[in-house]
Design a protein around this ligand. Structure first.
Ligand code: ATP
Ligand code: MG
Ligand code: MG
Length: 396
């Protein structure tokens, strides 16, 4: 253990960390920040955003340069809980105010565009699925020719929860998929289909000096392209876990700036790993770290962006499963169904309930999650079955 004096760490005094975005990630970040003596202010356009119960909210868009400028003037360090922000405005405040923006605006800009992101990782030697830009019908036909069917058509920007993706199963489906994603002019790219046996994810912390630390490898199970369940540790051989951490750290190492990064990967039948995409912030696949790791992904992000030493990332429990609570209906009916999941969770040992307090419950919207810790993977799965039998069946 290298010695670090408290002056290296720097006491927070009244340090204010500004966060662009105040959703559930901002809320959980602010909860850890409160414990650590860091004051959080969030910039978010939705009145009473989830983070507002634990942080001061400035009402405004994280895509509005004027709002960002004004917000930045009141903080000591600036970070994000969403990547779909105005990166140019962040460059400006970094230059004009000398403000630390972590991770760097250039990293955020690179990740915002999934095609640019893919090119960057490919050039750095990180394994990715074959892809190509698709700007017109001729390029779409070339992608179909090169990749065969099915292949994935993706929006380059503003994607989340699979909402910018369309599976193209045949030549006939192509134009419909383009239309579904807007039009060729929206900026699309095509990706070869990855017939994965599992999806894995690794959170990686990166300090300001560029050193990285991976969290344990989790399996992520998506339904309708939305994350449903994560299982930690992933039930894959230790060698696969080691390689997944290696790929994740390699990918994070070729970016700039401090923070935690969520790295999504495909595990293929022959054991090969392909990077799917990266998020430059705490990530849904890292929620489990709150209950299951020596340091949570949120504390790690705070340590990293404040320039403090990274914390230990070891699993502190034998097994852990996280279940997303997704809205199943609009309005009161949706709230009622989510409450039923929560009510079952409160009766299961080792289960912790997180409710985001979003103003609206809507179908397929993340409204909360449950983390289950257990003495074994089998016990974690049987506890999951007591809360959500269909999610447990999907994982089996
Ligand atoms: P997120 O909410 O994670 O940001 P997103 O909208 O950016 O999601 P992706 O991560 O690109 O979407 O894809 C969502 C899911 O769709 C993946 O987790 C995976 O299950 C599936 N998927 C994506 N790309 C491919 C591919 N090339 N081949 C097969 N399945 C894929
Ligand atoms: Mg994404
Ligand atoms: Mg994804």
């Amino acid at each position: 253990m290298h010695s670090t004096s408290i002056s290296d760490v720097g006491l927070p005094r009244a340090a204010v960390l500004g966060v662009l975005g105040g959703g559930q990630l901002g809320k959980m970040l602010a909860a850890d920040a409160a414990r650590m003596g860091i004051k959080i202010e969030v910039l978010d356009p939705t009145p009473n955003c989830p983070a507002a119960v634990v942080a001061k909210q400035t009402l405004g868009s994280f895509r509005d340069p004027v709002k960002i400028r004004k917000f930045a003037e009141g903080v000591d360090v600036l970070t994000v809980e969403i990547e779909h922000i105005d990166a140019d405005a962040l460059d400006t405040v970094a230059a004009d105010l000398g403000l630390d923006v972590e991770p760097t605006p250039s990293t955020l800009r690179l990740i915002q565009d999934k095609l640019v992101q893919k090119r960057h990782f490919q050039a750095a030697g990180v394994p990715v699925a074959d892809f190509m830009g698709v700007d017109d019908p001729a390029a779409a036909a070339a992608a179909a020719q090169a990749f065969g069917f099915p292949f994935m058509l993706k929006a380059r920007r503003l994607a989340y929860d699979g909402r910018g993706n369309a599976v193209v199963r045949s030549r006939e489906e192509l134009e419909g998929a383009v239309e579904q994603l807007g039009s060729y002019g929206q900026g699309l790219y095509a990706e070869r289909w990855a017939s994965f046996v599992k999806e894995l994810a690794v959170m990686v912390g990166r300090s300001r000096d560029g050193s990285t630390m991976a969290f344990p490898v989790v399996e992520t199970l998506h339904q309708n392209s939305i994350l449903l369940v994560t299982e930690a540790p992933a039930q894959v051989p230790p060698e696969t876990q080691r390689r997944a951490q290696e790929v994740a750290e390699q990918a994070v190492a070729c970016l700039d700036g401090a923070g935690v990064f969520g790295v999504e990967m495909f595990l293929l039948a022959d054991g090969a790993l392909l990077l799917n995409e990266m998020a430059p912030r705490p990530h849904n696949s890292g929620h489990y770290t709150i209950e299951a790791c020596a340091t949570s992904q949120y504390e790690q992000h705070l340590r990293a962006v404040m320039g403090w030493p990274l914390g230990a990332t070891d699993l502190a429990v034998p097994a852990c499963i996280m279940l997303n609570i997704l809205g199943e209906a609009d309005g009161e009916e949706g709230v009622q169904r989510a409450h039923e999941v929560m009510a079952r969770a409160y009766q299961v040992p080792g289960a912790s309930v997180h409710w985001y307090g979003k103003a609206e419950v809507a179908p397929q919207r993340k409204v909360g999650h449950v983390t289950i810790v257990a003495p074994s993977a089998a016990e974690a799965r049987s506890r999951l079955a007591a809360i959500d039998p269909s999610a447990a069946a999907a994982l089996a």
